[in-house]
Write a protein that binds this ligand. Structure first.
Ligand code: SF4
Ligand code: SF4
Length: 364
Protein backbone atom coordinates (compact mmCIF):
# COMPACT_ATOMS: atom_id res chain seq x y z
CA UNK A 1 0.00 0.00 0.00
CA UNK A 2 1.42 3.42 -0.92
CA UNK A 3 1.09 6.72 0.92
CA UNK A 4 1.89 7.81 4.43
CA UNK A 5 -0.06 7.35 7.63
CA UNK A 6 -1.16 10.62 9.16
CA UNK A 7 -0.26 11.53 12.72
CA UNK A 8 -2.61 13.52 14.93
CA UNK A 9 -6.39 13.82 14.49
CA UNK A 10 -6.18 17.50 13.48
CA UNK A 11 -4.21 16.66 10.33
CA UNK A 12 -6.58 13.89 9.23
CA UNK A 13 -8.34 15.93 6.56
CA UNK A 14 -8.26 15.87 2.79
CA UNK A 15 -10.36 17.11 -0.09
CA UNK A 16 -12.67 14.53 -1.67
CA UNK A 17 -14.63 15.70 -4.72
CA UNK A 18 -14.41 19.30 -3.52
CA UNK A 19 -15.45 18.57 0.09
CA UNK A 20 -13.14 18.60 3.10
CA UNK A 21 -13.50 15.23 4.81
CA UNK A 22 -11.84 13.52 7.76
CA UNK A 23 -10.19 10.15 7.37
CA UNK A 24 -9.18 7.53 9.88
CA UNK A 25 -5.63 6.53 10.45
CA UNK A 26 -4.66 3.77 8.05
CA UNK A 27 -7.76 4.24 5.91
CA UNK A 28 -7.38 3.77 2.16
CA UNK A 29 -8.84 6.17 -0.37
CA UNK A 30 -11.23 3.38 -1.42
CA UNK A 31 -12.60 2.94 2.09
CA UNK A 32 -12.88 6.69 2.50
CA UNK A 33 -14.67 7.15 -0.83
CA UNK A 34 -17.02 4.27 0.02
CA UNK A 35 -18.00 6.00 3.25
CA UNK A 36 -18.92 9.09 1.23
CA UNK A 37 -20.86 7.58 -1.67
CA UNK A 38 -20.89 4.87 -4.28
CA UNK A 39 -18.83 6.42 -7.08
CA UNK A 40 -15.94 3.98 -6.65
CA UNK A 41 -16.40 0.23 -7.23
CA UNK A 42 -14.06 -2.71 -7.14
CA UNK A 43 -14.14 -6.37 -8.11
CA UNK A 44 -10.95 -7.46 -6.34
CA UNK A 45 -11.69 -5.86 -2.96
CA UNK A 46 -12.95 -7.80 0.06
CA UNK A 47 -12.91 -6.12 3.47
CA UNK A 48 -11.30 -9.19 5.00
CA UNK A 49 -8.34 -9.24 2.59
CA UNK A 50 -5.20 -7.23 2.04
CA UNK A 51 -5.93 -4.89 -0.89
CA UNK A 52 -4.37 -5.92 -4.19
CA UNK A 53 -5.23 -3.25 -6.77
CA UNK A 54 -5.68 -5.91 -9.45
CA UNK A 55 -8.91 -4.89 -11.18
CA UNK A 56 -8.11 -1.12 -11.40
CA UNK A 57 -11.83 -0.31 -11.26
CA UNK A 58 -11.29 1.70 -8.09
CA UNK A 59 -8.94 4.19 -9.78
CA UNK A 60 -9.25 7.79 -8.61
CA UNK A 61 -7.42 10.98 -9.50
CA UNK A 62 -5.04 12.45 -6.94
CA UNK A 63 -3.76 15.95 -7.60
CA UNK A 64 -0.04 15.87 -8.34
CA UNK A 65 -0.13 12.27 -9.67
CA UNK A 66 0.37 11.89 -13.42
CA UNK A 67 -2.10 9.02 -13.73
CA UNK A 68 -5.11 7.72 -11.75
CA UNK A 69 -4.13 5.53 -8.80
CA UNK A 70 -5.79 2.40 -7.41
CA UNK A 71 -7.64 3.79 -4.41
CA UNK A 72 -7.67 0.48 -2.52
CA UNK A 73 -3.87 0.43 -2.27
CA UNK A 74 -3.40 4.16 -1.64
CA UNK A 75 -3.63 5.40 1.92
CA UNK A 76 -5.35 8.71 2.66
CA UNK A 77 -3.03 11.39 3.95
CA UNK A 78 -3.47 14.95 5.01
CA UNK A 79 -3.87 17.60 2.34
CA UNK A 80 -4.55 15.22 -0.56
CA UNK A 81 -6.94 16.45 -3.25
CA UNK A 82 -8.86 13.44 -4.56
CA UNK A 83 -11.43 13.20 -7.37
CA UNK A 84 -13.62 10.13 -7.83
CA UNK A 85 -16.31 11.34 -10.27
CA UNK A 86 -14.62 12.84 -13.33
CA UNK A 87 -15.68 12.10 -16.91
CA UNK A 88 -12.26 10.48 -17.58
CA UNK A 89 -12.66 8.13 -14.62
CA UNK A 90 -16.17 7.14 -15.67
CA UNK A 91 -14.90 6.41 -19.21
CA UNK A 92 -12.07 4.33 -17.74
CA UNK A 93 -14.53 2.34 -15.57
CA UNK A 94 -16.90 1.78 -18.50
CA UNK A 95 -14.13 0.46 -20.75
CA UNK A 96 -12.83 -1.83 -18.00
CA UNK A 97 -16.32 -3.18 -17.36
CA UNK A 98 -16.85 -3.82 -21.09
CA UNK A 99 -13.52 -5.66 -21.19
CA UNK A 100 -14.39 -7.82 -18.21
CA UNK A 101 -17.90 -8.63 -19.43
CA UNK A 102 -16.50 -9.52 -22.87
CA UNK A 103 -14.44 -12.18 -21.09
CA UNK A 104 -17.53 -13.80 -19.70
CA UNK A 105 -19.44 -16.41 -21.74
CA UNK A 106 -22.81 -15.33 -20.34
CA UNK A 107 -21.99 -11.65 -20.06
CA UNK A 108 -22.43 -10.97 -16.37
CA UNK A 109 -25.67 -12.95 -15.91
CA UNK A 110 -25.27 -15.74 -13.39
CA UNK A 111 -27.54 -17.51 -10.88
CA UNK A 112 -27.38 -15.76 -7.51
CA UNK A 113 -27.35 -19.15 -5.76
CA UNK A 114 -23.75 -19.54 -6.90
CA UNK A 115 -22.40 -17.52 -3.99
CA UNK A 116 -22.68 -14.43 -1.77
CA UNK A 117 -20.63 -12.14 -4.03
CA UNK A 118 -21.65 -13.72 -7.34
CA UNK A 119 -23.73 -10.72 -8.43
CA UNK A 120 -20.99 -8.09 -8.07
CA UNK A 121 -20.01 -8.19 -11.74
CA UNK A 122 -23.66 -8.21 -12.81
CA UNK A 123 -24.33 -5.11 -10.69
CA UNK A 124 -21.35 -3.31 -12.20
CA UNK A 125 -22.39 -4.33 -15.71
CA UNK A 126 -25.86 -2.93 -15.05
CA UNK A 127 -24.47 0.32 -13.72
CA UNK A 128 -22.31 0.91 -16.82
CA UNK A 129 -24.71 -0.77 -19.28
CA UNK A 130 -21.80 -2.96 -20.29
CA UNK A 131 -21.52 -4.10 -23.88
CA UNK A 132 -20.08 -7.62 -23.95
CA UNK A 133 -19.56 -7.49 -27.75
CA UNK A 134 -17.30 -4.44 -27.70
CA UNK A 135 -14.15 -6.45 -27.07
CA UNK A 136 -15.47 -9.81 -28.30
CA UNK A 137 -12.98 -12.47 -29.33
CA UNK A 138 -10.86 -15.05 -27.57
CA UNK A 139 -11.61 -15.62 -23.91
CA UNK A 140 -9.27 -16.70 -21.16
CA UNK A 141 -10.12 -19.24 -18.46
CA UNK A 142 -11.03 -22.90 -18.75
CA UNK A 143 -13.55 -24.55 -16.45
CA UNK A 144 -12.53 -27.72 -14.64
CA UNK A 145 -15.34 -30.03 -15.67
CA UNK A 146 -13.17 -32.95 -14.55
CA UNK A 147 -13.37 -31.80 -10.91
CA UNK A 148 -16.58 -33.58 -9.98
CA UNK A 149 -16.42 -32.93 -6.24
CA UNK A 150 -19.99 -32.55 -4.92
CA UNK A 151 -19.50 -29.13 -3.32
CA UNK A 152 -17.57 -26.60 -5.42
CA UNK A 153 -18.13 -25.95 -9.13
CA UNK A 154 -14.91 -24.64 -10.73
CA UNK A 155 -16.43 -22.78 -13.65
CA UNK A 156 -13.34 -20.76 -14.60
CA UNK A 157 -14.80 -19.67 -17.95
CA UNK A 158 -16.25 -16.89 -15.78
CA UNK A 159 -12.99 -16.12 -13.96
CA UNK A 160 -11.67 -12.56 -14.18
CA UNK A 161 -8.40 -13.16 -12.28
CA UNK A 162 -9.26 -11.02 -9.27
CA UNK A 163 -7.51 -13.60 -7.03
CA UNK A 164 -9.96 -13.12 -4.19
CA UNK A 165 -10.30 -16.90 -3.96
CA UNK A 166 -6.55 -17.45 -3.67
CA UNK A 167 -6.15 -14.66 -1.14
CA UNK A 168 -9.03 -15.72 1.10
CA UNK A 169 -7.82 -19.31 1.08
CA UNK A 170 -4.41 -18.09 2.25
CA UNK A 171 -5.13 -15.02 4.37
CA UNK A 172 -8.36 -16.07 6.09
CA UNK A 173 -8.51 -19.83 5.89
CA UNK A 174 -4.75 -20.46 6.12
CA UNK A 175 -5.00 -23.44 3.79
CA UNK A 176 -3.14 -22.19 0.69
CA UNK A 177 -4.93 -24.89 -1.27
CA UNK A 178 -5.14 -22.84 -4.48
CA UNK A 179 -2.79 -20.49 -6.26
CA UNK A 180 -2.28 -18.63 -9.52
CA UNK A 181 -0.67 -20.54 -12.39
CA UNK A 182 0.42 -19.45 -15.87
CA UNK A 183 0.88 -15.93 -17.15
CA UNK A 184 -0.99 -13.40 -19.26
CA UNK A 185 -3.86 -14.91 -21.23
CA UNK A 186 -3.07 -18.36 -19.76
CA UNK A 187 -3.34 -17.23 -16.14
CA UNK A 188 -5.48 -19.66 -14.21
CA UNK A 189 -6.47 -20.63 -10.68
CA UNK A 190 -4.93 -23.96 -9.85
CA UNK A 191 -4.02 -26.40 -7.07
CA UNK A 192 -0.70 -28.06 -6.47
CA UNK A 193 0.12 -30.21 -9.54
CA UNK A 194 -2.99 -28.73 -11.19
CA UNK A 195 -5.10 -31.50 -9.68
CA UNK A 196 -8.55 -31.83 -8.17
CA UNK A 197 -9.63 -29.93 -5.06
CA UNK A 198 -10.20 -33.20 -3.18
CA UNK A 199 -6.52 -34.11 -3.76
CA UNK A 200 -5.31 -30.72 -2.53
CA UNK A 201 -5.08 -29.06 0.90
CA UNK A 202 -8.66 -27.79 0.40
CA UNK A 203 -10.93 -28.24 3.43
CA UNK A 204 -14.05 -27.31 1.42
CA UNK A 205 -14.80 -24.41 3.71
CA UNK A 206 -16.42 -22.58 0.78
CA UNK A 207 -14.81 -19.22 1.52
CA UNK A 208 -13.49 -18.95 -2.05
CA UNK A 209 -17.00 -19.62 -3.36
CA UNK A 210 -18.56 -16.89 -1.25
CA UNK A 211 -16.01 -14.21 -2.20
CA UNK A 212 -15.92 -14.88 -5.96
CA UNK A 213 -17.47 -11.79 -7.64
CA UNK A 214 -18.51 -13.56 -10.86
CA UNK A 215 -19.81 -16.97 -9.77
CA UNK A 216 -16.81 -18.68 -11.40
CA UNK A 217 -16.65 -20.64 -8.18
CA UNK A 218 -20.10 -21.85 -7.22
CA UNK A 219 -21.94 -23.73 -4.50
CA UNK A 220 -22.94 -26.97 -6.21
CA UNK A 221 -25.32 -28.02 -3.41
CA UNK A 222 -27.27 -24.77 -3.77
CA UNK A 223 -27.23 -24.79 -7.58
CA UNK A 224 -29.06 -28.13 -7.54
CA UNK A 225 -32.02 -26.15 -6.23
CA UNK A 226 -31.85 -23.41 -8.86
CA UNK A 227 -35.13 -24.57 -10.44
CA UNK A 228 -37.06 -24.64 -7.16
CA UNK A 229 -39.97 -22.22 -7.64
CA UNK A 230 -40.45 -19.21 -5.36
CA UNK A 231 -38.77 -16.04 -4.22
CA UNK A 232 -35.34 -16.36 -2.64
CA UNK A 233 -35.38 -15.37 1.04
CA UNK A 234 -32.65 -15.35 3.70
CA UNK A 235 -33.15 -16.03 7.40
CA UNK A 236 -30.37 -15.36 9.90
CA UNK A 237 -29.65 -18.32 12.15
CA UNK A 238 -26.87 -20.16 13.98
CA UNK A 239 -25.16 -23.28 12.66
CA UNK A 240 -26.35 -26.31 14.66
CA UNK A 241 -23.23 -28.45 14.21
CA UNK A 242 -20.97 -27.48 17.12
CA UNK A 243 -20.62 -25.10 20.02
CA UNK A 244 -18.75 -22.32 18.15
CA UNK A 245 -22.04 -20.67 17.16
CA UNK A 246 -21.26 -19.49 13.61
CA UNK A 247 -23.88 -17.11 12.21
CA UNK A 248 -25.31 -17.98 8.83
CA UNK A 249 -28.14 -17.10 6.51
CA UNK A 250 -30.44 -19.95 5.51
CA UNK A 251 -31.64 -19.43 1.94
CA UNK A 252 -35.16 -20.61 1.17
CA UNK A 253 -37.64 -20.70 -1.66
CA UNK A 254 -41.11 -21.30 -0.31
CA UNK A 255 -40.82 -24.06 2.27
CA UNK A 256 -37.56 -25.47 0.85
CA UNK A 257 -34.03 -24.72 2.03
CA UNK A 258 -31.93 -24.08 -1.07
CA UNK A 259 -28.61 -23.00 0.39
CA UNK A 260 -26.59 -21.60 3.27
CA UNK A 261 -24.33 -18.57 3.40
CA UNK A 262 -21.95 -17.45 6.12
CA UNK A 263 -22.88 -14.17 7.81
CA UNK A 264 -20.13 -11.60 7.20
CA UNK A 265 -21.03 -9.87 10.47
CA UNK A 266 -21.27 -13.06 12.54
CA UNK A 267 -19.34 -12.33 15.74
CA UNK A 268 -17.99 -15.89 16.03
CA UNK A 269 -17.15 -16.53 12.40
CA UNK A 270 -16.91 -13.19 10.55
CA UNK A 271 -17.98 -14.68 7.22
CA UNK A 272 -16.40 -18.10 7.55
CA UNK A 273 -17.93 -21.57 7.89
CA UNK A 274 -16.54 -25.10 7.88
CA UNK A 275 -17.48 -27.73 5.34
CA UNK A 276 -20.39 -29.02 7.44
CA UNK A 277 -21.99 -25.64 8.08
CA UNK A 278 -21.53 -24.57 4.48
CA UNK A 279 -22.51 -27.66 2.53
CA UNK A 280 -24.14 -30.29 4.77
CA UNK A 281 -27.61 -28.88 5.29
CA UNK A 282 -29.83 -31.11 3.14
CA UNK A 283 -30.49 -33.50 6.02
CA UNK A 284 -32.92 -30.88 7.39
CA UNK A 285 -35.47 -31.72 4.70
CA UNK A 286 -34.35 -35.26 3.88
CA UNK A 287 -37.35 -37.62 3.49
CA UNK A 288 -35.71 -40.19 5.81
CA UNK A 289 -35.47 -37.72 8.67
CA UNK A 290 -37.49 -38.64 11.78
CA UNK A 291 -40.18 -36.09 12.45
CA UNK A 292 -42.12 -38.02 15.14
CA UNK A 293 -41.07 -40.14 18.14
CA UNK A 294 -40.98 -43.90 17.50
CA UNK A 295 -41.51 -46.62 20.11
CA UNK A 296 -41.08 -50.33 19.70
CA UNK A 297 -44.28 -52.39 19.82
CA UNK A 298 -44.17 -56.14 19.21
CA UNK A 299 -40.65 -55.71 17.83
CA UNK A 300 -41.64 -52.99 15.35
CA UNK A 301 -40.92 -49.26 15.55
CA UNK A 302 -44.19 -47.34 15.34
CA UNK A 303 -45.02 -43.64 15.64
CA UNK A 304 -46.06 -42.44 19.08
CA UNK A 305 -46.97 -39.20 20.82
CA UNK A 306 -44.26 -37.35 22.75
CA UNK A 307 -46.04 -38.19 26.03
CA UNK A 308 -46.06 -41.88 25.25
CA UNK A 309 -42.41 -41.87 24.11
CA UNK A 310 -41.23 -39.98 27.20
CA UNK A 311 -43.19 -42.30 29.51
CA UNK A 312 -41.57 -45.31 27.84
CA UNK A 313 -38.10 -43.82 28.25
CA UNK A 314 -38.69 -42.96 31.92
CA UNK A 315 -40.02 -46.46 32.55
CA UNK A 316 -36.86 -47.95 30.98
CA UNK A 317 -34.54 -45.80 33.11
CA UNK A 318 -36.45 -46.77 36.27
CA UNK A 319 -36.22 -50.49 35.42
CA UNK A 320 -32.43 -50.28 34.84
CA UNK A 321 -31.83 -48.33 38.05
CA UNK A 322 -34.02 -50.73 40.05
CA UNK A 323 -32.29 -53.81 38.68
CA UNK A 324 -28.64 -52.57 38.62
CA UNK A 325 -28.45 -49.47 40.86
CA UNK A 326 -28.41 -45.78 39.98
CA UNK A 327 -24.75 -45.96 38.80
CA UNK A 328 -25.96 -48.05 35.89
CA UNK A 329 -27.48 -44.95 34.31
CA UNK A 330 -25.34 -42.24 32.74
CA UNK A 331 -25.66 -39.57 30.07
CA UNK A 332 -23.49 -38.20 27.26
CA UNK A 333 -24.69 -34.78 26.09
CA UNK A 334 -24.35 -33.80 22.47
CA UNK A 335 -21.68 -31.27 21.55
CA UNK A 336 -24.31 -29.72 19.29
CA UNK A 337 -26.60 -28.98 22.23
CA UNK A 338 -26.94 -25.34 23.31
CA UNK A 339 -26.05 -24.33 26.88
CA UNK A 340 -29.66 -24.56 28.03
CA UNK A 341 -30.01 -28.18 26.88
CA UNK A 342 -26.64 -29.16 28.36
CA UNK A 343 -27.67 -27.60 31.67
CA UNK A 344 -31.01 -29.42 31.61
CA UNK A 345 -29.52 -32.85 30.95
CA UNK A 346 -26.99 -32.55 33.79
CA UNK A 347 -29.86 -31.50 36.05
CA UNK A 348 -31.84 -34.56 34.96
CA UNK A 349 -28.91 -36.88 35.65
CA UNK A 350 -27.88 -35.36 38.97
CA UNK A 351 -31.33 -34.66 40.46
CA UNK A 352 -33.55 -37.36 38.95
CA UNK A 353 -31.06 -40.22 38.48
CA UNK A 354 -28.99 -39.13 41.51
CA UNK A 355 -25.65 -39.82 39.88
CA UNK A 356 -22.82 -37.63 38.64
CA UNK A 357 -22.28 -39.78 35.59
CA UNK A 358 -22.64 -37.10 32.96
CA UNK A 359 -20.23 -36.28 30.15
CA UNK A 360 -20.09 -34.52 26.81
CA UNK A 361 -19.13 -35.95 23.44
CA UNK A 362 -16.88 -32.94 22.73
CA UNK A 363 -14.47 -34.05 25.49
CA UNK A 364 -11.85 -36.47 24.22
S1 SF4 B 1 -12.32 -17.83 -9.50
FE1 SF4 B 1 -13.54 -16.02 -8.89
S2 SF4 B 1 -12.48 -15.24 -7.06
FE2 SF4 B 1 -11.04 -16.62 -8.09
S3 SF4 B 1 -9.82 -15.29 -9.39
FE3 SF4 B 1 -11.51 -16.06 -10.64
S4 SF4 B 1 -13.13 -14.52 -10.49
FE4 SF4 B 1 -11.67 -14.11 -8.84
S1 SF4 C 1 -12.93 -24.23 -0.16
FE1 SF4 C 1 -11.70 -23.17 1.43
S2 SF4 C 1 -9.83 -24.42 1.59
FE2 SF4 C 1 -10.81 -24.99 -0.35
S3 SF4 C 1 -9.87 -23.70 -1.92
FE3 SF4 C 1 -11.73 -22.63 -1.21
S4 SF4 C 1 -11.01 -21.27 0.44
FE4 SF4 C 1 -9.39 -22.79 0.09
Amino acid sequence: MTGTTPTGAASNRLTLDGETVAFEEGESLFELARRHGDAVSSLCFDDRLEPLGACRLCAVEVEGQARPVASCTTLAHAGMVVRTRTADLERHRRILTDLIVSENPTGAAIDSLRGSASQELAQLAGRYEADGRRFGGARSGASRADDANPMILRDYDHCISCYRCVRICSEQQGDDAISVGGRGFRTRITTEFDGLLADSACTFCGQCVQTCPTGALADRRALEHAETPGELAATRSICPYCGVGCSLDILTKGERIVGVRPAPDGPANEGALCVKGQFAWEWVQHPDRLTNPLVRKDGELVEASWDEALDRAAEGFREVAAAHGREAVYAVASGRAPHESAYTIQKLVRVCFQTNQIDNCSRS
